[in-house]
Design a protein around this ligand. Structure first.
Ligand SMILES: Cc1cc2nc3c(=O)[nH]c(=O)nc-3n(C[C@H](O)[C@H](O)[C@H](O)COP(=O)(O)OP(=O)(O)OC[C@H]3O[C@@H](n4cnc5c(N)ncnc54)[C@H](O)[C@@H]3O)c2cc1C
Length: 443
């Protein structure tokens, strides 16, 4: 047992995730202030036969972060620890939130290469579930990490980088919080850049039949409103930072994001919930009123936007070439079941990577994400989509609702066995276990 001071612990509280679909009552919450305090926590838990689980911002839709043991909040391990200006690399505390990065990286002229839809997550939480954005030439957040320091389930401080324990890098970059507690991560950044966004609408079939629609632009995504044949599209083009531009005004942006997008969505969702027959007309209306616009801004301000309306989500990665068939099968399913879905289906792409548990492992991928308003029963829709995706060798997002277990996941994740073996080595007593990890990785 080490001699460091005992980390701060707080009385029992009840924890809920953002989507209000999972909750837990940890025995206590620990807020370590240093890697050594994390070591103490893990060693003490292991000695007592207790479990602990690090938690980020609670933005996973699954119970991946839930624990009935000790909840470890690494929020105090935050901010920039080291900058390698020559290589554009930044070592960050694991609890750093993505929304803090623009201010932290600006003095160094750096940015994340690619981002998902929101910036509320912690960097450790986001990478641990395989958080991704869109872009046929770009990988998810885990691919941007070139090093991590973690406290393993055995209580050892382990550095993994291109120079040290390099063979473990493809595993620990996306570790589900199953191998240890990340205390810092080193991100390979890129020079800060602008994005020019073009938002418009198109026919669903037009997008699906155009082989280059998702792959030609830097970043392409679209939202299909079930029951309609239209999609809203968003194409982002990367531009050098010194490109002359006028950023959208703060008030205009607030009105657009908070009132037009989120405000309208909550009204639509509530109306559709109370009067389901209005769902399809409202979906059709949505594809018409959210018109065309072009704007340019800093990368993070274009990649991400606020999500005020609570929802639940299930997302699968499928081989990219299967996307048209998958979406058409999904359209048939929704029509056959007569479901009225007031939230759009989001379609994105990512490049193949080498991260063991990545949804894009050695496979150029397309993502199909289905959503339901949080006050509606998501289960019948999500279960059917889950079953459908299995027909296409779909890999579920680890942080989004799915119904797979270790046996079925082994069929689509060729490195799952290697990951399980590494877990046996780094967390032999399952100090980091919870119900979700038992389901997807086994005991
Ligand atoms: C509104 C919304 C929008 C989203 N948009 C996207 C998107 O565009 N793309 C996408 O891919 N996903 C998206 N997600 C999913 C989200 O990015 C992931 O679920 C992410 O994991 C959440 O990060 P978090 O900090 O909340 O982590 P949590 O949900 O709190 O934890 C996730 C996992 O990380 C582990 N973890 C946390 N901290 C540590 C640590 N220090 N060491 C080891 N493990 C740790 C936890 O134990 C758990 O296993 C979205 C979610 C929401 C709610």
């Amino acid at each position: 047992m080490s001699t460091h001071a005992t980390p701060t612990t707080h009385p029992t509280h009840t924890w809920q995730n953002w989507a209000r679909v999972e909750g837990a009552s940890p025995t206590s919450v620990a807020r370590p202030r240093s890697p050594e305090e994390v070591v103490d926590l893990v060693v003490a838990a292991r000695e007592r036969g207790a479990t602990l689980k690090p938690v980020g911002a609670g933005h996973s839709f699954t119970a991946i972060a839930a624990t009935d043991g000790i909840q470890v909040d690494v929020g105090a391990l935050s901010g920039v620890l080291e900058v390698d200006a020559e290589r554009g690399r930044v070592r960050l505390g694991a609890g750093t939130h993505l929304h803090e990065l623009p201010a932290l990286l600006a003095p160094h002229g750096l940015a994340l290469e690619n981002m998902g839809d929101i910036d509320r997550q912690t960097i450790a939480g986001a990478t641990s579930t395989g958080t991704h954005g869109t872009g046929a030439r770009f990988g998810g957040l885990a691919t941007q990490l070139v090093g991590v320091t973690l406290v393993t389930g055995a209580g050892e401080l382990l550095t993994v980088s291109e120079e040290e324990n390099a063979e473990l890098l493809p595993a620990v970059r996306l570790g589900l919080g199953a191998l240890g507690v990340l205390v810092d991560v080193t991100v390979q950044c890129v020079p800060a850049f602008l994005l020019r966004a073009h938002e418009s609408s198109a026919g669903l079939d037009e997008v699906l039949d155009d082989a280059g629609w998702f792959t030609a632009p830097d970043h392409a995504e679209c939202y299909w409103w079930p029951g309609t044949d239209r999609v809203q599209t968003k194409i982002n083009t990367r531009l050098p930072l010194d490109t002359p531009y006028t950023p959208p005004g703060a008030l205009g942006r607030w009105v657009d994001q908070r009132v037009v997008q989120n405000g309208a969505l909550v009204v639509m969702s509530e109306v559709a919930r109370l009067a389901p027959a209005t769902t399809l007309p409202l979906n059709r209306l949505a594809t018409k009123v959210l018109g065309e616009k072009t704007y340019t801004d800093r990368s993070y301000a274009v990649f991400t936007s606020p999500r005020d309306v609570r929802f639940r989500e299930c997302e699968y990665a499928v081989p990219r070439e299967a996307l048209p068939e998958v979406v058409r099968a999904l359209r048939d399913l929704v029509e056959r079941e007569g479901w009225r879905i007031s939230f759009p289906v989001e379609l994105r792409v990512a490049a193949a990577d080498d991260v063991w548990l990545s949804t894009a492992y050695q496979r150029d991928s397309a993502y199909v994400a289905v959503h339901r308003y949080w006050k509606e029963d998501h289960l019948p829709y999500f279960r059917a989509v889950d079953a459908l995706m299995r027909e296409f060798e779909g890999r579920p997002h680890w942080g989004k609702i799915h119904f797979q277990d270790a046996e079925s996941l082994a069929r689509v994740h060729p490195r799952l066995g290697d990951f399980q073996a590494l877990r046996d080595r780094l967390d032999p007593d399952r100090v980091l276990a919870n119900d979700y990890l038992r389901r997807v990785l086994g005991d």
